[in-house]
Unconditional design. Sequence first.
Length: 324
Amino acid sequence: MPELKLTTEIKPTQLGMRLDQALSELFPDYSRSRIKEWILNESVKVNGKVVNKPKEKMLGGEKITICDQIEDETYHQAEDIPLDIVYEDDDILVINKPRDLVVHPGAGNPTGTILNALLHYYPQIASVPRAGIVHRLDKDTTGLMVVAKTIIAQTHLVESLQLREITREYEAVAMGVITAGGIVDAPITRHPTKRTHMAVFPTGKPAVTHYRVMERYRQHTRLRLRLETGRTHQIRVHMAHIAHPLIGDPLYGGRPRPPKGATEAFIQTLRHFDRQALHATMLRLFHPISGEQMEWHAPLPEDMQQLIKALQDDTALHKDELDW
């Protein structure tokens, strides 16, 4: 397992400052929580002696040594899985994730994931926790993800995510006609009995989703959504919570409900759309090293384009019956 080694000296101007505060000033590339973790894990030495109290007062001039084990992802298998890379530099990768691809190995998916693909594409990423993965998309959600190629880049991106400085927008198709945009502000936690599901519950973690209407159909609505937080299954759970689950969602959507008078071809299109109609279409962030604001867009995948075309055709066929 690789090691991280850092050395520095407490400045005279840091007299009376707590150890964790002083180190945060001296190592701005690392988060306060990571520095505190180093101290508590006895990875920090002050003048050659381990100090495990973040509140320890500094006098100025102390020599600091930090030695920490970095979680190594090499125990996961590198696999030659194609990645659709939208952008790459020395610090980050932005990829456009297809459907049917899990982001991180887990129960039932030990291999064949984006993490395995990253280890093959850029072997050095094994020394970055979680192979640089900063945020996830569900297996059958498509679209944009950012990956850090270095620990410093990952630290900054995780902080940006926590500070809500990373903007993620999605397109989705929901059941029912939604007349106007809005906000879903409802806490999310693990479902008490269905362990693969999430649910809105008062004791859950705060979760906020903004949505606006892009296009209305006879019994469905195309939406643009923006995450303010990033809980597991957040958009899927929030839309189901307001009685507008996503088309094709196997966990929260229920059976498709074709509108009256629908053609057999349209009914089959709805029935055979076998994943949640959700695509991460825009990603905007400040580059973790240069600070430059950057933005990427990913067009809708073919299956969602075909679904939307079928919805448009059905709506046009029955436009005289609409009351909106």
